[in-house]
Design a protein around this ligand. Structure first.
Ligand SMILES: Cc1cc2nc3c(=O)[nH]c(=O)nc-3n(C[C@H](O)[C@H](O)[C@H](O)COP(=O)(O)OP(=O)(O)OC[C@H]3O[C@@H](n4cnc5c(N)ncnc54)[C@H](O)[C@@H]3O)c2cc1C
Length: 545
């Protein structure tokens, strides 16, 4: 019997293998394309359980089969792509189960845009939402350990996951949450895979505690690898496997429910815009600004700016309000473009407070603190004007993806992080590397965290693309590692960066990643070719050019 029919007979949801569906699920926002065999839309957790048991049996009988879970499919690394079976969660597993005083319990297939509408009814948000907030869903945010413009103040998704329900490789659903040591001992006695995971993971982390603490990347944000160093907090006596599941890109099991801590955002915000001609000023600017506790320091570069001006009608369509008035608002930018006065980098520094006066006062003081550097700065007075800058920052990648004819965005050096204090040395070295390849690219990112998004644009059908991707990628990551950075602050490893994990963390730590995967997924059911299973050849074979 066909695979689709065999699966359909097991579940209450849908198992689909028509051409159109397979095409849709063969892509995310990455460089890759891989067509699955079947897409499964589970209606309930028991469907996921039945599918996992079915795949395990098939594997034991010698069939090549695996499961990759998908939320909204906006991953930039190939994370949800597979040749085998996709579990797609947004069709049915899309219910918010509860919103409490400062938390929400939700299924993984809830789009962030729907989630936030509901949480805002209680005046709450999940502050780690990514720039893809209108497109992505909770399962992906958690499994990628996503982050965004508010990270500087609030940190990433890992700080907000309080409890995870996950279906494990034996088909049973387990609940993960922080445990004290007595609770951990109880959990070790649990039957089946759950108990085995607790026993083996606590041994692995205990034996390698010092090594793991040293391996933790010394930057403010990291999505690379398995975050083994965060699981056991010795000082507090807390053992928390949610810290490992977050960011594990669907390689350890299928997340079926999440409890997320929410925060009350400050009500009033003001924006300071800084127009930078010289990137060497960045570390000094960041140092001067941090004492004022900005909630974000974001950036976009001259190329992003030019693309935004070229795609101005698309930008205006994304802004609410009178088109003519909005166009008028962009006249200074159009003038800059025509006269060649475009800054190298535009920094957006936002300050938030409980009152408008306080937010304004802090923004003014921050602006004054920069006077001695002689920079061009602008304090934004109206929300409309602030929206104009934010839309360029937030929409830059999305606009590039859809509107530059004959070219495609090529995210492969799209998310590295170094300490902000080394940016003055790091960025010129980076530009030297980039200049050799004569590519058109945009830079945007979270300057306050030292986290940059570089998105080259490459010609469709370019035969050199695979060579450039592997050579330029290798050079950039070598530089990032030289400065003790991380190759991904938020977008995660996937196919594109997984193969560099050994280089980033070293043999010994990488071996602990391999052991971790084996403990959770002894038969290799979940999302192969990602994390410790990644390799350059497989990734190269599936490049979509
Ligand atoms: C325009 C644009 C802007 C972006 N900006 C940002 C940004 O600012 N910050 C950022 O972090 N990312 C960004 N991204 C990348 C991406 O949008 C985020 O990582 C997002 O959180 C992924 O969510 P998703 O719902 O699309 O997940 P998917 O792409 O569906 O999946 C992501 C990963 O999670 C796994 N997964 C999904 N659901 C489950 C589950 N239930 N159980 C186990 N594993 C699961 C998948 O296997 C995959 O490995 C951007 C992408 C685009 C297109």
């Amino acid at each position: 019997m066909e695979l689709q029919k065999q699966i359909q007979n097991l579940i209450t949801g849908d198992a689909v293998d028509d051409h159109e569906t397979l095409q849709t699920f063969s892509k995310d926002a990455s460089l890759y394309k891989i067509e699955p065999q079947v897409v499964v839309f589970p209606k309930q957790v028991s469907d996921i359980q039945a599918l996992i048991k079915f795949v395990a049996e098939k594997k034991r009988a010698g069939f090549e089969m695996s499961i990759s879970t998908r939320a909204a499919g906006t991953d930039m690394t190939g994370g949800p792509l597979t040749e085998s079976i996709v579990i797609a969660t947004t069709r049915y597993l899309n219910h918010i189960k509860k919103i409490g005083r400062d938390y929400a319990i939700t299924e993984p297939g809830v789009y962030y845009r729907d989630f936030e509408k509901r949480t805002l009814e209680q005046g709450l948000i999940l502050p780690s939402y990514p720039a893809s907030r209108e497109l992505c869903a909770i399962g992906g945010i958690v499994a990628n350990n996503s982050g965004g413009e508010l990270n500087l103040n609030y940190g990433k998704t890992e700080n907000y996951v309080q409890e995870i329900k996950m279906v494990l490789a034996d088909g049973l659903e387990a609940v993960f949450r922080p445990l004290n040591l007595a609770e951990l001992e109880q959990k070790k006695l649990a039957p089946g895979l759950e108990g085995q995971i607790y026993r083996q993971m606590s041994d692995l982390i205990d034996y390698n505690y010092e090594l793991l603490q040293q391996a933790k990347p010394k930057v403010s944000k990291n999505s690379a690898g398995y975050y083994l160093w965060n699981v056991f907090d010795k000082a507090k006596g807390i053992f928390d496997l949610t810290k490992l599941i977050v960011g594990s890109q669907g390689t350890l099991g299928v997340i079926s429910e999440v409890n997320l801590k929410l925060v009350k955002p400050k009500k009033h915000e003001h924006l300071l815009v800084i127009f930078l001609k010289d990137l060497h000023d960045i570390p000094q600017i960041v140092n001067l600004l941090l004492p004022f506790q900005p909630q974000s320091i974001e950036s976009y570069d001259d190329q992003t700016f030019k693309v935004a001006m070229r795609l101005l009608p698309n930008i205006l369509a994304r802004l609410k309000g009178n088109a003519l008035k909005l166009l008028w608002g962009f006249l200074p930018e159009l003038w800059m473009t025509l006269t060649g006065g475009i800054p190298k980098l535009v920094l957006l520094v936002e300050f938030a407070a409980d009152s408008d006066a306080e937010a304004m006062r802090t923004t003014q003081k921050a602006q004054e603190s920069l006077l001695k550097l002689g920079l061009a700065t602008k304090l934004i007075k109206t929300e409309d004007e602030a929206q104009k800058y934010w839309v360029i920052r937030r929409e830059s990648f999305n606009l590039l993806r859809h509107h530059v004819q004959g070219m495609r965005t090529a995210p492969f050096i799209d998310d590295f992080v170094v300490k902000p204090e080394v940016l003055g040395e790091f960025l010129p070295e980076l530009y030297q590397i980039l200049d050799k390849y004569k590519l058109l690219y945009t830079i945007a990112g979270h300057v306050g965290d030292g986290n940059f998004h570089i998105i080259p644009l490459m010609k469709l059908g370019d035969k050199n693309a695979p060579v450039i991707i592997s050579k330029l990628g290798a050079e950039v990551y070598e530089l990032v590692f030289k400065y003790h950075g991380s190759m991904t602050g938020e977008h995660n490893d996937g196919l594109v960066r997984g193969p560099y994990l050994k280089q980033m963390y070293g043999e010994q730590v990488f071996d602990l990643f391999v052991q971790t995967k084996k403990i959770w997924d002894p038969e290799g059911i979940f999302n192969p070719h990602k994390k410790s299973g990644a390799d350059f050849d497989y990734a190269k074979k599936h490049l979509d050019f």
